[in-house]
Design a protein around this ligand. Structure first.
Ligand code: ZN
Length: 245
């Protein structure tokens, strides 16, 4: 395994550092993996045993069983009161110090912005933004959680209010994805953290990197480890905390 001295040397030698993060960045803030059904309680006639987590976060579920979708969403995706951890904070510090071009994240919890990061490309959207499916009126972060009734409805047109997140069965937000690729192409150092790099788009984005220094931080080995200059199988907040600016 690589050392923190090596990491700091790479950081010093790099002029365009980009961070690309997955679920592991958020779990260290206490955000549960949505794939686990732990902590879910059957409510409002919804029996969660009947569904897979992927279905519960799919466009089909939203369209055809909205009551089920919103029951799962309300129980699982409310990030109110959840705080950024040391990894989010270090990345925000690095950007402020001119040492980081931007963050690309697969997470939908807005924690990078809460920590102070400015250039954040959310390739799966954000639970902090909502909009009406019919008239596209925007709604605040708590709209789904504070709505009356099973399904949140637009008070202008009566359409369903949905989160601005990429659901299973939907394509990625074009602009964020384009910006993410641009960041990766402009980087001489890509730090990948908290993603197993097994499924796309994570895997393809890492493969797109042509720069000099690839750093991988993940608790478990990833298929890209052998391509990386530095590999850490540790907590992301622990490793990033060691970066000296
Ligand atoms: Zn509307």
């Amino acid at each position: 395994m690589s050392t923190y001295e090596e990491l700091n040397k790479v950081i010093r030698d790099s002029k365009h550092i980009v961070f690309f993060g997955g679920a592991g960045v958020s779990t260290e803030s206490g955000i549960p993996d949505f794939r686990s059904k732990d902590g879910l309680y059957n409510n409002r006639d919804v029996q969660f045993e009947r569904y897979t987590p992927e279905y519960l976060l799919s466009i089909d579920c939203l369209d055809y069983e909205p009551k089920v979708f919103y029951e799962f969403y309300r129980q699982k995706l409310n990030v109110e009161g959840i705080e950024p951890n040391a990894a989010h904070k270090k990345l925000a510090e690095m950007e402020k110090a001119g040492k980081l071009d931007g963050v690309i994240t697969q997470n939908i919890d807005g924690l990078h912005q809460k920590a102070g990061s400015v250039n954040v490309q959310e390739v799966h959207g954000s639970t902090l933004r909502n909009y009406c499916k019919r008239c596209h009126k925007k709604y605040p972060a708590d709209a789904i959680f504070t709505a009356e009734g099973d399904i949140p409805k637009c008070h202008i047109c009566g359409g369903v209010i949905r989160p601005d997140v990429t659901l299973y069965g939907e394509s990625l937000p074009t602009e964020a994805w384009r910006n993410a690729i641009k960041l990766v192409h402009g980087a001489d150092c890509l730090i990948v953290g908290g993603t197993s790099l097994v499924v796309n788009p994570a895997a393809s984005l890492a493969m797109d990197f042509r720069g000099e220094h690839l750093v991988i931080i993940n608790r478990d080995p990833t298929p890209a480890d052998r391509m990386a200059e530095l590999v850490f199988h540790e907590s992301i907040s622990k490793v990033l905390s060691q970066i000296e600016l």
